[in-house]
Design a protein around this ligand. Structure first.
Ligand code: ZN
Length: 132
């Protein structure tokens, strides 16, 4: 398993981690297989979506904010329930195929680390498994 550390700058922020994940695939020296990317946090998640128009990420963040407002009738006393809910909505793990040593993402796809209670220092765990 490999570990990436990233520092987020904003309260809510999506960070493209394609390059870091590809580096982990490179280090594993496999041609074909799967790459599992896991976020070991409860107020940050991971998703795959469009990298061409930055408005897509802006719209996702704005829509999540509308669906899960920061201030609400939450029970969790830490005060960051919205971040926990958003993280669970997007999930904590993505799996991407590896083909000829490269992440097999669609033309417009990128992998995004999704911060919902930043800024913080965050970890991402990556395991690359060769195809049998
Ligand atoms: Zn909390």
């Amino acid at each position: 398993m490999q570990e990436i550390t990233i520092r987020t700058q904003q309260h809510c922020q999506f960070i493209n981690i394609d390059a870091q994940v590809q580096s982990a695939v490179d280090a594993a020296r496999i041609q074909n297989g799967i790459c599992c990317i896991f976020v070991p946090h409860t107020t940050a998640g991971i998703t795959i979506n469009e990298n061409a128009d930055p408005d897509v990420v802006r719209d996702i963040i704005a829509t999540l904010d509308k669906l899960v407002p920061w201030h609400g009738n939450y029970a969790h006393t830490e005060g960051n329930s919205a971040a926990h809910v958003k993280a669970s909505m997007l999930g904590f793990c993505q799996t991407v195929l590896v083909r000829e040593g490269k992440l097999a993402l669609g033309t417009w796809q990128s992998i995004y680390f999704c911060e919902f209670d930043g800024p913080r220092t965050r970890k991402i765990w990556i395991t690359v498994i060769p195809a049998p």
